[in-house]
Write a protein that binds this ligand. Structure first.
Ligand code: NCD
Length: 308
């Protein structure tokens, strides 16, 4: 059995059994807390801090709910009112917060690599969880995405999964690819304009199919992504109407996929840009299941890192 994790900053190179253990635990905790209606006490007396330097709706709320459902105390560090806006160094902030005795820091930052820097500088036994760093990794999103797929299609070795959109700037795509690869997915396809693709060397086993009609043919799951304009150079910015006609997921394209293809999106969604409203709200959409699974996956990660 792979060793217990102390931090979670990326899914890259995590063994399959670690990922499966976290997914299994997410489902066990979901049942133990009766889908959130019963509070557990596994993490009673533990304190976790949400340290978000970038906006977040789903991730921050679901980490907070996850910690509370396990009986932990949660502190939300509001960057807008903190000393970081007065120019306090990140590591001074870390040491100040550590002096208050925290068990875990959940960090989101626009700079790739920040969570690992915090791991390197932490003085106490604090655990660091990456809630999204730049375009590099968003490990709990990767886990909740594969959990959502597994609940419908546990046979990863038979699955074709398509990730469509702005892969280059997407930490979600990177963590999804790492998790899907670890679970032995038959084929991973990425699709989108060539300006929004990562380098071919980054993911040598992933297939790049530029044409969405071709990419989606026979797919068992399709993950659509937002255009992450905040991380784009002006030159990369596609025209939104043209983008939808080439890369928007609509009913016509969904009909080219395998029967029952799962429709996914990490949110926030832009209706009419990367996905049509009737597909986002349609019978094949798993988008709200993803949100629900996010809480259970985050409970599993907190439990892995912090339970005594
Ligand atoms: C994503 C993120 O912030 O990386 N959202 C999320 O966590 N659910 C994806 C995005 O912002 O497009």
């Amino acid at each position: 059995m792979s060793p217990r994790l102390r931090h979670l900053t990326t899914l890259e190179n995590l063994p399959r059994d670690t990922i499966e253990r976290l997914l299994d635990r997410a489902e066990a905790l979901r049942d133990a807390c009766a889908h959130g209606t019963r509070k557990l006490s596994v993490l009673a007396g533990r304190t976790v801090l949400n340290l978000f330097f970038e906006p977040s709706t789903r991730t921050r709320t679901s980490f907070e709910l996850a910690a509370r459902r396990l009986g932990a105390d949660v502190v939300n560090f509001d960057i807008g009112f903190s000393s970081t806006s007065k120019g306090e160094e990140l590591f001074d902030t870390l040491h100040t917060l550590e002096a208050m005795h925290l068990d875990a820091i959940i960090v989101r930052h626009k700079q790739s690599g920040t969570p690992d820097e915090l791991v390197g500088h932490a003085m106490s036994g604090v655990s660091v969880i990456n809630a999204g760093d730049g375009n590099r990794a968003h490990p709990t999103q990767g886990l909740l995405d594969v959990l959502t797929i597994r609940q419908h299609r546990p046979d990863f070795e038979n699955l074709i999964v398509v990730i469509c959109g702005d892969i280059k700037h997407s930490r979600v795509a990177r963590s999804d690819i790492h998790a899907l690869t670890a679970l032995g997915t038959k084929e991973i396809r990425v699709c989108g304009p060539s300006t929004l693709m990562p380098s071919a060397e980054e993911f040598p086993k992933v297939h790049y199919v530029e044409n969405f009609d071709e990419a989606i043919r026979g797919a068992d799951a399709v993950i659509t992504l937002r255009l992450q304009k905040e991380r784009m150079a002006a030159i990369d910015l596609p025209d939104e109407a043209a983008y939808f006609s080439h890369y928007g997921l609509d009913q016509r394209r969904l009909a080219l996929a395998a029967k029952g293809c799962l429709v996914m999106h990490p949110g926030p969604i832009n209706r009419g840009i990367e996905i049509a409203s009737d597909v986002a709200d349609g019978a094949q959409s798993r988008i709200l299941e993803q949100v629900g699974n996010g809480v259970f996956v985050r409970m599993a990660v907190l439990n892995e890192l912090l339970a005594r």
